[in-house]
Design a protein around this ligand. Structure first.
Ligand code: ADP
Ligand code: MG
Length: 140
């Protein structure tokens, strides 16, 4: 089933200058990049995006991290895209991430972990429309 997912290259990865390497992995895995843009989120924008985590002890630190510099949200399309992108990212904690995954190779910590990916079709729909209007999604 062709799906869309919301990916973000997070501020740590942009700051390290590895966005290009991450995009190359996206392309090599066969995803279509339907939309992409560089943004610098405000606290309110980061808090809105991660609202599901607002009761977690790491929430404020996560919002500070996501607003420390620009990030690069992208809409990826492909067969089984939601699960395949999460597999390419690797586990949330880079210590636990499998060899060859993006987080294993580029994440610094469980918080500064290089990339985001939607975790379900429902979440993907909400997250894509958080960053992109329908007019910004290139027709294919
Ligand atoms: P994932 O991004 O793998 O879906 P979660 O949805 O559980 O992970 O968490 C969202 C983000 O919050 C993570 O990607 C990471 O940046 C941060 N995070 C998760 N767990 C922790 C933690 N224990 N301490 C600090 N930051 C965390
Ligand atoms: Mg998540």
């Amino acid at each position: 089933m062709t799906q869309r997912t919301l990916a973000i290259i997070k501020p740590d990865a942009i700051g390290k200058g590895v966005a290009g390497q991450i995009i190359a992995r996206v392309e090599n895995a066969g995803f279509k990049i339907l939309a992409a843009k560089m943004i610098h989120m405000s606290q309110a924008e980061a808090a809105g995006f991660y609202a599901v985590h607002r009761a977690r002890p790491f929430f404020q630190s996560l919002c500070d991290f996501m607003t420390q510099g620009p990030c690069l949200p992208m809409v990826l399309e492909g067969e089984n895209a939601i699960q395949r992108w999460r597999e390419l990212m690797g586990a949330t904690d880079p210590v636990k991430a499998a060899a060859g995954t993006i987080r294993k190779d580029f994440a610094s910590s469980i918080e500064a972990n290089a990339v985001h990916g939607s975790d379900s079709p429902e979440t993907a729909g909400v997250e894509i429309s958080y960053f992109f209007s329908s007019l910004e999604l290139c027709p294919r």
